[in-house]
Design a protein around this ligand. Structure first.
Ligand code: COA
Length: 259
């Protein structure tokens, strides 16, 4: 698609590959824009039911924001860059289809924040997660201070953000940050397997469930449950719920269309 973000579709799964291997897949403004475009391509393509994001090569998923961009940056430029990156990541989080991060090496700074905006994270055994911005006299600005505590709790989040220390894939699995760890050579196949599983479900039920779950940390329990009930009722506006129930009653595999 561009020289920094590659997209490819395999059946109902849309892949996004960060392709800046010589810079550990760090994201500069151009690659963020390309990522933004890739998200829009898949948002508008009904044949894509699930997205997988990964990094090119075996070393890095994404080493974060391109630090070169921060040299001599003015405060308002920094603000615009952070806000743009936050907007792109929020698009992923709010995308009406599931997004998997297949973390194939370093996920540092904005790279870890990118993975946090995805719905499911899986990692290769050599993956390393960290928010090292404090080591540069900064702190995370692509949503890390907000999403990491929601993902792993305040204590772990504060430790990682304030010390800038890294954690291994197995530690990430232990604290619930990733849903599975596999050998590097198996990561893509593992991601493809989960993606196919998701692609076989009703896109309507996944979309409405994702929207309800996304509100879980932003709202009180009663309001969240009310939203959950309304979202679930909305499932019946399409044919998939009836198809799923009929298929169960008829002892056959359901065929979901999203219609
Ligand atoms: N921004 C810009 N360039 C980056 C980068 C980043 N976030 N991360 C890595 N690179 C570049 C390196 O400068 C190097 O470029 P060069 O070959 O032109 O010198 C290249 O990517 C390879 O990185 P290198 O450091 O040589 O590899 P390594 O295996 O020793 O270490 C990392 C890899 C990812 C651990 C290390 O590069 C690193 O810590 N990067 C910074 C991560 C970070 O602080 N992210 C938050 C940014 S706010």
């Amino acid at each position: 698609m561009t020289d920094t973000i590659a997209i490819s579709q395999h059946e109902a799964v849309g892949w996004i590959e960060i392709d800046r291997e010589q810079k550990a897949n760090a994201l500069n403004l151009d690659s963020l824009k390309a990522l933004d475009q890739a998200i829009e391509v898949y948002r508008n393509d009904e044949s894509v039911r699930c997205i997988v994001i990964t990094g090119k090569g075996g070393k890095a998923f994404c080493a974060g924001a391109d630090i070169a961009y921060y040299v001599d940056i003015e405060p308002l430029q920094a603000l615009a860059f952070m806000q743009y990156a936050q907007t792109v990541l929020a698009k992923l989080e709010e995308l009406p289809k599931p997004v998997i991060a297949a973390v194939n090496g370093y996920a540092l700074g904005g790279g870890m924040e990118l993975s946090l905006a995805c719905d499911i994270r899986i990692a290769s055994e050599n993956a390393i997660f960290g928010l090292p911005e404090v080591n540069l006299g900064l702190f995370p600005g692509w949503g890390g201070t907000q999403r990491l505590p929601r993902a792993v709790g305040l204590s772990v989040a504060k430790t990682m953000i304030l010390t800038g220390s890294r954690i291994s894939a197995s530690k990430a699995e232990q604290i619930g940050l990733v849903a599975g760890v596999v050998p590097p050579s198996e990561l893509r196949a593992h991601a493809a397997g989960i993606a196919r599983q998701l692609a076989d479900k009703s896109p309507t039920s996944l979309m409405l469930a994702k929207q309800a779950i996304n509100r879980a940390y932003d709202t009180d329990l009663r309001t969240g449950q009310q939203l959950e009930a309304v979202q679930l009722a909305l499932v019946y506006s399409g044919r998939d719920a009836q198809e799923g129930i009929n298929a169960f009653m008829e002892n056959r595999k359901p065929q979901y269309t999203g219609a």
